[in-house]
Design a protein around this ligand. Structure first.
Ligand SMILES: Nc1ccn([C@@H]2O[C@H](COP(=O)(O)O)[C@@H](O)[C@H]2O)c(=O)n1
Ligand SMILES: C[C@@]1(CO)OP(=O)(O)OP(=O)(O)OC[C@H]1O
Length: 155
């Protein structure tokens, strides 16, 4: 067994789509990044790559490479998963938490889980996604950005 942890943050700005776990969530702002800035998919990719000692998402997909401009992060996640599997690992489970003051994410959680499970070729029951506010505290609490933590086990 191998354990992995991933953490990512992206800034909330106007005139960007808010994409979390591959779901386009209606909101007045979106996350800024070189890719679609799907902070949840990035944290999960980093957890998987970390567990397999394959570096992190920025190693696989450099943020100065034009081919990743506006990239669908679920596709980047699927590539990361393929690298993990090529190294001989299977994925036991993924558990992630999104830190966002707004918008309310609960209505979108099941669709996010389905998207992540599909990108990772996993049963739905192996993918857990949760959301929490930080009670108005810090940069997520002020609505300046959204963060995500993820852990995974590889077998
Ligand atoms: N952006 C968010 C944040 C939280 N939730 C859900 O609300 C519950 C209570 O949030 P607390 O920060 O007070 O723990 C939380 O357990 C989530 O189910 C949400 O949907 N979207
Ligand atoms: C995903 C990549 C891909 O270009 O770009 P960003 O969307 O900026 O995301 P980040 O988590 O800052 O770093 C990883 C990048 O390599």
């Amino acid at each position: 067994m191998r354990i992995g942890h991933g953490y990512d943050v992206h800034k909330l700005v106007e005139n960007r789509k808010l994409i979390l776990g591959g779901v386009h969530i209606p909101y007045e702002k979106g996350l800024l990044g070189h890719s679609d800035a799907d902070v949840l998919a990035h944290a999960i990719a980093d957890a998987l790559l970390g567990a397999a000692t394959l570096g992190d998402i920025g190693v696989l997909f450099p943020d100065d490479d034009p081919q990743y401009a506006g990239a669908d992060s679920l596709k980047l996640l699927a590539v990361a998963v393929a690298a993990v599997r090529r190294k001989g690992f299977g994925i036991e489970n993924i558990d992630a938490t999104v830190l966002a003051q707004r918008p309310k994410l609960r209505p979108y959680i099941d669709e996010m889980r389905r998207n992540i499970a599909s990108a990772c070729n996993l049963d739905l029951d192996c993918v857990s996604i949760k959301a929490t506010t930080e009670e108005g505290l810090g940069f997520t609490g002020r609505g300046e950005g959204i963060a995500a933590h993820a852990v995974c086990l590889l077998k």
